[in-house]
Every structure is written in C-alpha cells, then in structure tokens.
Design a binder for this molecule. Structure first.
Ligand SMILES: *Cc1c(COP(=O)(O)O)cnc(C)c1O
Length: 441
C-alpha cells in the first residue's frame, strides 16, 4: 500500500497514543471559492431576526427573548484542579453544553439550517418574503405548508435533537436517521416531541447516507447534510461575534500582545470548523484554534495530515471509530470543512476515553458542571500547548512574544443528559480513578 501518512504519525495514531499534531499548512491561502465572511453575517442576522419566533415556540427561551447563546465563564478552578495553577494565561470555558432547547453546540448550526429552510420554503410558496415580519414563519398558513414538507437528518444523536426538535416545532414532518446504538434517551426525547426516528445498522456515516438516499427520492424533503452543509457551517460560525463581545466584557483583549487560544471537540468538523472560520475572520493571526478528537476517531487529523489529496478515513488506517464520545464518533471528516481548515487550523490533539471521563469528573468537581464525554474532549488543550514538546514548538514557531494569553475551552454538550445517565458517567469515571488513582475529587 502506498504511504497515506508520515510513518511516525501513522504509528502513533494506530497505537492510539494521545498526541498533538501541528498543522504545517497553517497560514497558507484559503482555497479558491472559500465562502465569504458576508455569509457568516447573513447567518448572524437570520438567527437574530427569528429570536421572537423562537421565544414564542419554546418556553425555555422566554427569559432570553429567544436568544440562543451560552455563557463564557472563568475556568481558573479547572486550571488548578488539573495541576496547572501556575499557567499565567487566563482560562475560560464556553458553555455550549448549556445551550437551550438542544443542550449542545448543535443548536447553533441546526437551528440556523431549519430556520433558513423554513424561510426558503415559505418564500417559495408566497407565505412570506425574507423582509416580512418574522412571525409569519409561525402563522397558520406556514404551519399548514410545512406539514406537507419534511426535514430529515442523519445523526449519532445531538444533531438529530437539534434539527428534529426545531423542525417539529415549526410544523414540519421531522425525520431523524440514527444508528441503532445511538443513546436510547435521545431517541425517546425525539419521539416525545413528535419526531420520527428511523434506526439503521452501522455507524454515523451509514445513518447519514440512508437519510440522504431517502430524501433524494422525495422533492418535498430537505435533507440536512452534516457532511457538507454550508447552512450548518455558517450557523456555527455565527458564534464568533458573540464570543468576541463576551471576551471584551470579561476584560480579555485579543491582539498582538494578547493571543487567544481556542480548543473545540471535533466530530465531522462542521461545528468546530465553522467556529474557527468565524473567529479567524474576526481575529486573524491573533487566534489559534485547536481541535480535540478521540484516539479511535481522529478523522480530521487523518484528513488534514494525509499525504495525498483524497478522502482518508480512520478505518483506512485500521482504527475502529469506537468511542464513548458519541458526538465525535465520525470516521470521515467533512470534505467541505477540511479544505477550509487546512489553512486555518493550528493543530489537533487526540484523547483517550479514560481521559474524557477523568476530565468530565474534574469539570464536575472543580466547576460544578455536568457535561457529556464528547464535551470533555477539549479540556486537555491548554496542557498540550504549554506542557508538551509539540505545544512548545508551536508557541515558539507561531506565536510572537506576548504579554498575556487567553485560553477558551469549548464544552459542547450535556445539559439534556438525564440524571441517571450522568450518574453512570460519574460512576464509570470514579471506577477509573480508583483503578489508576489519577482523578481528583
Ligand atoms: C457534534 C458534536 C461535536 C462536534 O461537532 P461536529 O460538527 O460533528 O464536528 C462536539 N461535541 C458534541 C457534544 C457534539 O454533539
């Protein structure tokens, strides 16, 4: 077989040894046809425009008048709990685990795509124009129209929760294709909201493909394609501006003397890729974005590090894509997102399931937050950067001398996890701690 990756990297990935890979192409020009930042602004405007609609659809959004946003909080206690208290940088945590309605980062991309699709269908049928009052989107005429259309998605769970719940709330026939081993509580939650769940044998890609096929046969079905959707991507990218406002409010400057480091869990790449795209448009070279992937599913790493410009999956290098991080269990990275990340992403680190659980427990004990395993993937980010040979190499090569840095760790899901399920996470994590003696309480 011809060589697909550099041999030492290939060996580390195959041995499932956690590592930090630095992207040698960082800073090269974006590919021709890369989307314009104007599309990010369009997504931001669309999301803001429908806030009153969302507030009337979901009681949990009354308080924020329909705003779907998460807080940016201090993570200094986490820094201390991880034994990195002497790191002079400021640590913050971006709480997408608590995004309302969907309970995960998928609210950002998913709600945007459903709103854009509803707007498009309503306009095409003369129910409203994009300039009309937004409340026409929830008029009786719109609801009647949407009941003759379906919105479908293939998902391991969280994207289904986001798309399914929003589509059903607007009156669409909402269909979620899931792998059979997707979490039962996610399937039940969808069924309770009137979403049709269709189960498939196989992994995430099989569920997506099945959904895509089913939708192709039906002209009244819009398929949300997690592997290549620009509408999802721009919904995620819209997160960047609000983060910049939150950083300012927290007194954190971003600039030449004040670099910003951001760490985000990565599955197919849409969520972390969109956010990176948005942050790069705002902060350019002053922001450094790193993704976190499970050792069993480093699909973006494999794709970006591939020696040839062809699709490369984790299966191709003998990994099995089996991880407790169900939100990140993706074998093949998005071929829409990976070319964009080639010039923008600083690097990717991998994480074992044991570390996910250990970090889940530390997040609980130090910050009092309950996150799902996928959402804990980025917690090791600052440690990789400051404490590893590769991380130090990155700082010396890519970051001009600075006064003070800010680290933002993105926690991406968890608030909807049922308490019994979370108790099982904790129990498992404590079992590991007892065995290895590594987790603190
Ligand atoms: C989906 C998901 C991610 C990653 O998003 P992708 O777009 O798949 O890269 C991260 N964390 C959680 C909890 C998720 O559900």
């Amino acid at each position: 077989m011809t060589q697909v990756l550099q041999s030492d990297l290939l060996a580390a990935l195959q041995a499932r040894t956690p590592c930090l890979w630095l992207n040698p192409e960082l800073g090269t020009p974006l590919p021709p046809g890369a989307p314009s930042p104007a599309l990010i602004e369009e997504a931001e405007r669309r999301i803001r425009r429908y806030e009153p609609v969302l507030a009337s659809l979901f009681p949990e959004l009354h308080e924020t008048a329909g705003r779907i946003e998460s807080s940016l909080e201090s993570a200094e206690a986490l820094k201390v709990a991880l034994g990195q208290g002497d790191d002079p940088g400021a640590w913050l945590i971006k709480r997408d685990d608590s995004l309302p309605v969907a309970g995960s980062i998928k609210a950002r991309g998913g709600f945007h795509e459903v709103l854009a699709t509803a707007e498009r269908i309503a306009s095409a049928h003369g129910v409203m124009t994009p300039e009309d009052v937004p409340s026409l989107l929830i008029s009786d005429r719109a609801r009647e129209l949407f009941s003759t259309h379906s919105i479908a998605v293939g998902s391991t769970g969280n994207l289904g929760l986001s798309i399914g719940v929003m589509a059903a709330a607007l009156g669409f026939d909402a269909v979620v294709h899931m792998s059979r081993d997707a979490k039962l509580w996610k399937k039940q939650r969808l069924a309770n909201r009137g979403v049709r769940v269709i189960e498939h044998d196989g992994d995430y890609a099989v569920a997506v493909e099945a959904g895509r096929k089913a939708a192709e046969a039906d002209p009244c079905c819009h398929f949300v394609d997690d592997e290549r959707s620009p509408l999802l991507f721009f919904g995620y990218a819209a997160a960047a501006r609000h983060l910049s406002v939150q950083l300012e409010q927290a007194g954190r400057v971003v600039g030449r003397d004040h670099p910003l480091f951001v760490y985000i869990p990565c599955g197919v790449g849409g969520a972390p890729g969109g956010i990176t795209y948005g942050l790069k448009a705002l902060f350019g070279d002053h922001v450094h974005c790193f993704f976190a992937e499970p050792v069993a599913s480093p699909c973006m790493l494999v794709q970006l590090a591939a020696l040839r410009d062809e699709a490369l999956s984790v299966y191709d290098i003998g990994l099995d894509n089996r991880t407790e991080a169900d939100g990140l269990a993706v074998g093949q990275a998005s071929r829409f997102v990976s070319p964009l990340m080639k010039s923008q992403l600083s690097g990717i680190f991998t994480v074992t399931d044991d570390t996910l659980y250990r970090h889940l427990l530390i997040a609980r004990s130090s910050l009092g937050i309950s996150i799902e395993p996928s959402a804990a993937a980025a917690i090791g980010g600052p440690g990789w950067l400051g404490g590893s040979v590769e991380g130090k190499r990155y700082i010396s090569m890519r970051v001009p001398p600075f006064r003070e840095s800010t680290h933002v760790i993105w926690t991406t899901g968890g608030s909807l996890v049922p308490v019994e399920e979370y108790a099982r996470f904790e129990e498992h994590a404590r079992g590991l701690a007892a065995h290895f003696g590594v987790a603190r309480d």
